[in-house]
Design a binder for this molecule. Structure first.
Ligand SMILES: NC(=O)c1ccc[n+]([C@@H]2O[C@H](COP(=O)([O-])OP(=O)(O)OC[C@H]3O[C@@H](n4cnc5c(N)ncnc54)[C@H](O)[C@@H]3O)[C@@H](O)[C@H]2O)c1
Length: 263
């Protein structure tokens, strides 16, 4: 008998009903939108962040979201939060490595300490996360990992040496993870965002941010909700033959050059 999308609840409130997903950097921005979108699709979500405000998610989604402190650079913090999640929800099927930091510094002003600090969050963090979650992802039988790159990992931006190199590093690591974990039926894919309206790129006093970041072929900046839909696709059974892949979500910004009439 053919199984239809409706049978699997695709797009419905129970699509991820049997899934437990850990989302990092969930206190705000894309991570928060992902945690809430997955919870709305029926998942049990373990939300981690260095910011205490991550607790607001547990208040808003009682029984659905477990929130806790997580510094992704600290193996002990991973062990604690993963342990809490497994105890509360009975397992772990997916890991969304979303936490990230960006700093704008030219190479001649960069220090070894701040360069390394960016790498520790953006590149080492996802590696530690996979190590901490692996026994549970393996046991799941349908494990998934989603890493968050950036269009900075497809090209380069001046003034962002640590950030660009950390995301290129994570891009390579994503492929290694996909190859090594395939034997456990764990799929590993990457989201590659362009400009998305979050506190990372929009200061509270930057009233013109939406216009400034709207210079994409689609004429707008991305929203955290756009990223959340892609994350849902990648952790769900809608993408069961996809691993080691990268999904650019940037309103066409890196597609090429738009040549206007008369120019
Ligand atoms: N916003 C964009 O335009 C954009 C573009 C490309 C890629 N990204 C990537 O998307 C991801 C999400 O970014 P965002 O735009 O939502 O940024 P954001 O700054 O709004 O959110 C990042 C979250 O990560 C958390 N975090 C930082 N260091 C942490 C650590 N050591 N441990 C745990 N949590 C930590 C922060 O507290 C914050 O809640 C990042 O990996 C970022 O590099 C963002």
């Amino acid at each position: 008998m053919t199984t239809t999308s409706a049978d699997r609840g695709v797009g419905g409130p129970e699509e991820l009903a049997d899934r437990v997903v850990l989302v990092t950097g969930a206190a705000r921005g894309q991570g928060r939108a992902i945690a809430e979108r997955l919870a709305a699709a029926g998942a049990r979500v373990v939300a981690g962040d260095v910011l205490d405000t991550v607790a607001e998610l547990a208040d808003a989604w009682p029984g659905r979201i477990h929130a806790g402190s997580l510094d992704v650079t600290d193996p002990h913090a991973w062990e604690d939060l993963v342990g809490q999640g497994v105890e509360r929800f009975g397992g772990l099927d997916s890991l969304v490595n979303n936490a990230g930091v960006l700093r704008r510094v030219r190479l001649d002003d960069e220090t070894a300490t701040s360069f390394e600090a960016i790498w520790r969050v953006n590149t080492l963090g996802p590696f530690l996360g996979v190590q901490a979650c692996l026994p549970y992802l393996r046991a799941s039988g349908a494990g998934t990992v989603v890493n968050t790159l950036s269009t900075a990992a497809t090209t380069a931006w001046s003034g962002h040496g640590a950030y660009v190199s950390s995301k290129w590093g994570l891009r390579g690591l994503t492929k290694v993870m996909a190859l090594e974990l395939a034997e456990h039926s764990i799929r590993v894919n990457a989201i590659v965002p362009g400009p998305i309206l979050t506190p990372m790129v929009v200061r509270p006093d930057d009233l013109n941010a939406a216009n400034r970041l709207a210079r994409t072929p689609l004429g707008r900046a991305g929203l955290p909700a756009d990223i959340a839909e892609l994350a849902l696709f990648l952790v769900s059974d809608r993408s069961t033959f996809i691993t080691g892949a990268e999904f650019v979500i940037d309103g066409g910004q890196t597609a090429g050059v738009t040549v206007r009439e008369g120019t």
